[in-house]
Write a new protein. Structure first.
Length: 163
């Protein structure tokens, strides 16, 4: 029985994330998505509750995928869920350096926990939540980047930009 956690901010979930979720859920028995409660990065555009709900809706057809929120260290979240594997997505070389640092740190904190990387599918290689937020805020068509429910969430959040 292989259990894995997939941690992130998911502010909001994109088709790039969903691609990783879809592929990872095929190689593990159970995939638990962990939505970070606090992030040093910056204030999120979507609240924790919104991010969790959007993810739940977008992954409802994957029977072995669940969504939880977590605070603190990813290794701790993995341990609490009895998972020995952390899933991360890799886009460009720029992701590589940071992700390698995180993975090595996590492994030295708990040698029982390993990180598995999925390289992005080419069509999502340029895609990030940050980019989606920037263009989505101005009412641009983001249907190629995010699932339907996220598109809808932007329309609700910024109605005047979508007139
Ligand atoms: P974080 O704030 O921890 O980077 P994100 O929500 O931005 O969280 O991303 C979560 C994970 O998904 C990270 O491993 C990131 O590299 C990966 N990811 C994000 N966008 C994509 C994409 N377009 N293709 C593949 N992986 C991605």
């Amino acid at each position: 029985m292989i259990k894995a956690v997939y941690p992130g901010s998911f502010d909001p979930v994109t088709l790039g994330h969903l691609d990783i979720i879809k592929r990872a859920s095929k190689v593990v028995d159970e995939l638990i998505i962990g939505v970070l409660i606090n992030h040093a990065k910056k204030t999120p555009m979507f609240t924790l509750q919104e991010r969790v709900e959007l993810l739940k809706e977008a992954t409802k057809d994957f029977p072995n995928v669940t969504v939880k929120m977590f605070d603190g260290m990813t290794v701790e979240f993995a341990r609490e869920n009895d998972a020995h594997l952390i899933i991360r997505g890799l886009r460009a070389v720029t992701d590589f350096e940071v992700e390698m640092q995180i993975a090595q740190t996590n492994h030295s904190i708990d040698p029982n926990i390993d990180t598995m990387f999925f390289t992005t599918s080419l069509e999502y290689a340029f895609l990030s939540s940050t980019i989606v937020k920037e263009v989505g805020y101005y009412g641009a068509d983001i249907s190629k980047f995010v699932p339907k429910n996220v598109e809808e969430a932007f329309r609700k959040k910024f109605p005047r930009r979508h007139e």
